[in-house]
Structures are given as C-alpha cells and as structure tokens.
Design a protein around this ligand. Sequence first.
Ligand code: MN
Length: 163
Amino acid sequence: MALEKYNKKRKFISTPEPRGRSAKKGRSRFVVHKHQASHLHYDFRLELPEKIASGKIVLKSWAVPKGIPLSIGVKHLALAVEDHPVDYINFSGVIPKGNYGAGTVEIWDKGKYQLIERGAKSLKFKLQGRVLKGIYILAKFTARPRPGQGAPKNSWLIFKSKS
Ligand code: MN
C-alpha cells in the first residue's frame, strides 16, 4: 500500500507527522512505534524498497496489536498498513484528536536490520535493536478465508525464529 494512501489519510496542517515522500537510499533501519490510539498497538516498520525491484525506499509497516514477540516460536498477528515515509522513522509525538491515528506515538525500539530473504509473501531478517534481537519472520496468511470468517487479506504473522 503506497505512500499516496499515507498522504490521503492525513491532513498535514493538523498533524505533526511528516509528509509522505520516498527516499532514494535505504539504511536498513527498523523502528517499532508504540501507538496509543483508540486501541493500543505497536507499529513495526522496516526500511525497504516499495516493491521488490523498486528504487523508492519507504517504511513497510504492520500494525501488531500484541506487540513483537520476544520469545522464539510465539506468533503474533501483524496487519499490513500503508507504507510510511522514511522520515517517519524518528517520529514520536501526539497526533491530535480528529486526525487519522489520533493518540500518542513513541519509539519502543529501533536499530539496524539485515535482510535475509524477501518474497512477495514473506520476509526474513535479523534485527539488531536495543530490545529486539535475532532472526524474525513475517509471513503472509495464505489460507483462504472460511465462509463467515473474514480472514483479512492484509493479515500476516510475525515471529522470532532464532536468536
Ligand atoms: Mn498505528
């Protein structure tokens, strides 16, 4: 989900968040924002090309309701959300009432990461954060939703596979 979507959702006269611009070069960073919006969640963001063979660098982003697991094998749901601009990596502050995502945003962890593998439906990477360390996998749900149970199409799982 591209940066246009990020920009469309926000009114930059009333939110302190950065405008959505892509960058030309990535520095292999990640951030986890603790976002106290209507529901507390954690936003996991990886600095990556927008698409596998794209030169536009963005923050690929997932909302993780239960936070990033610290123990190996624990799987948490991660919902893919719109790409965020690279400048967002240092953002913290208050998104005022009435704006998209209103509430407080703080940096819960950040650092560098090494990309091990990227496919359309999975990412494997090694995090070198202050809190999060080790090899993690993000894998997109591939199961078809059962009738009456809308498995949302943006659902992924995040888990730690190795320290
Ligand atoms: Mn959020």
